[in-house]
Design a protein around this ligand. Structure first.
Ligand code: CTP
Ligand code: MG
Length: 194
């Protein structure tokens, strides 16, 4: 994918991973994923990781991903963007659905892994940990796909111009994370503006 298409596609492809975290806050407040259990005196994940947030977030991410796949069926990119790959860039439909699924679920698992690390470091829920807070879900989404669809991840985010879209995604995530958290705080959904 040495065509310029690779850059917008990489950003577009991450949308199913970007959604879950921002909407999880709307589904929070219920049963914690760790059921309140502790490990070595600290909560496993803490009250910030709930089943509602996990399932709701992952479901919205998948739904949005399915809509992007549907859009690509209705308006095939290779028709309106010269040089765009036939079939959009997600591969065939089974792979496309698999990638979208793993992006959404991986994002939520990455977010939980981030909370797990924070608890092991002794940080209470909501404590600000730069880099980890912003990128745990990006890492989760990409690593889970790397296990099942390694060539898709490498072709989309590393090879050719792919690394440029990854770079833009990382900057975008930083800005969006800030923006969403300020909105969530002002709306009374979050206790801290980060
Ligand atoms: N949330 C949830 N379930 C998840 C992820 C998030 O219910 N699996 C909700 C929680 O209400 C959480 C909010 O979304 O407080 C914001 O998520 P996040 O910033 O990741 O959690 P924190 O409260 O900051 O907790 P932690 O320190 O564990 O990251
Ligand atoms: Mg947080």
């Amino acid at each position: 994918m040495d065509n310029l298409w690779a850059i917008p596609f990489g950003i577009w492809a991450m949308v199913p991973a970007l959604m879950p975290n921002s909407v999880a806050v709307l589904f929070g407040g219920g049963l914690p994923v760790d059921f309140g259990r502790t490990w070595k005196g600290k909560r496993i994940f803490g009250d910030g990781k709930t089943w509602g947030g996990f399932i709701g977030g992952a479901a919205v991410g998948m739904l949005v991903g399915m809509i992007t796949l549907l859009l690509a069926q209705v308006y095939p990119p290779d028709v309106w963007w010269p040089g765009a790959p036939v079939g959009y860039g997600f591969g065939d439909m089974p792979q496309a659905i698999g990638v979208v699924f793993l992006l959404a679920v991986g994002a939520m698992l990455g977010d939980m892994a981030g909370a797990f690390i924070k608890r092991r470091l002794g940080y209470e829920r909501g404590r600000k940990v730069p880099i980890l807070d912003q990128y745990d879900f990006v890492a989760g989404a990409l690593l889970l796909n790397l296990v099942f669809y390694p060539s898709w991840v490498l072709n989309t985010f590393v090879y050719g111009l792919g690394w440029i879209s990854l770079l833009i995604v990382l900057v975008l995530v930083w800005v969006l994370h800030r923006g969403f958290n300020i909105i969530g705080y002002k709306a009374g959904l979050k206790k801290e503006p980060w």
